[in-house]
Design a protein. Structure first.
Length: 94
């Protein structure tokens, strides 16, 4: 017979722990990196909710990420990550 869902989850968890696989990879969590005050990189995002030069809201599996600042611009965008440049004042989850 096959394994139950609980057994499969337990096995996956043991494998992830044995190989020290980061949680952001196993649970598709967002990874946000600020490079000084001029650039933000957001990986594992779901979509862009709001975009203007002073405020960018991004949908992630952990909630809505909100960046505020001045002259912000999405410099690069692909299916896995986006790069935002400008004068970033704050970043946080709503």
């Amino acid at each position: 017979m096959g394994r139950s869902k609980k057994e499969k989850k337990s096995l996956k968890k043991r494998i992830y722990n044995a190989f020290d696989i980061p949680k952001d990879v196993t649970r598709n969590l967002p990874v946000t990196s600020l490079r000084g005050r001029d650039e933000a990189v957001v990986e594992n995002y779901l979509g862009i909710i709001e975009y203007d030069p002073e405020k960018i809201r991004i949908s992630t599996s952990a909630g809505t990420l909100c960046l505020t600042g001045e002259e912000m611009l999405i410099k690069s965008l692909d299916s896995d990550s986006l790069i935002i440049t400008g004068k970033i004042r704050s970043a946080g989850f709503l």
